[in-house]
Design a protein around this ligand. Structure first.
Ligand code: HEC
Length: 119
């Protein structure tokens, strides 16, 4: 059994880089920004992609590979409404993806004097 687990883990690690790869069709982040507002992603995920506990997770700098991102749009895991190709084409999805990927990282709270925690 132990050997099986090691073997399976080995296969998963070997497959890892392909899954971690974030490439997809080249996207236009500027158009992605417009779409993000137009098709309502911001209503659940926030204007900065920050997410909110009640409506949807953080999507800024998503670590999903493009294929996983597209799959979530077309076949959402849970409560997110599906976005079919007639509403968001594959190219538009690539634009949205490019926009999310280049969003700025959240600020380090310790860089904000008021929030600085004493340690
Ligand atoms: C009505 C609310 C709602 C809207 C609108 C919405 N989402 Fe979501 N989204 C969710 C919820 C809730 C989840 C959690 C998984 C699920 O329910 O499928 C999610 C999950 C995701 C995830 C996976 C995040 C993760 O780390 O698990 C991505 C990426 C995403 N949404 C992108 C988008 C994009 C891009 C749009 C616009 C085209 C969009 N969402 C519109 C609610 C929404």
């Amino acid at each position: 059994m132990k050997h099986l687990i090691v073997a399976v883990t080995g296969v998963m690690l070997a497959a890892g880089p392909a899954w971690a790869q974030t490439s997809g069709p080249a996207g236009n982040a500027e158009n992605g920004k417009k779409l993000y507002a137009q098709v309502g992603c911001y209503q659940c995920h926030g204007l900065a992609g920050q997410g909110a506990r009640m409506t949807g997770p953080r999507v800024s700098r998503t670590e999903f590979p493009f294929d996983g991102f597209l799959y979530q749009l077309r076949h959402p895991a849970n409560q997110m409404p599906p976005y079919e190709a007639a509403v968001v084409s594959d190219q538009e999805a690539a634009d949205l993806y490019a926009y999310l990927r280049q969003m700025p990282a959240p600020r380090d709270p310790n860089g904000i004097p008021l929030l600085k925690t004493e340690r």
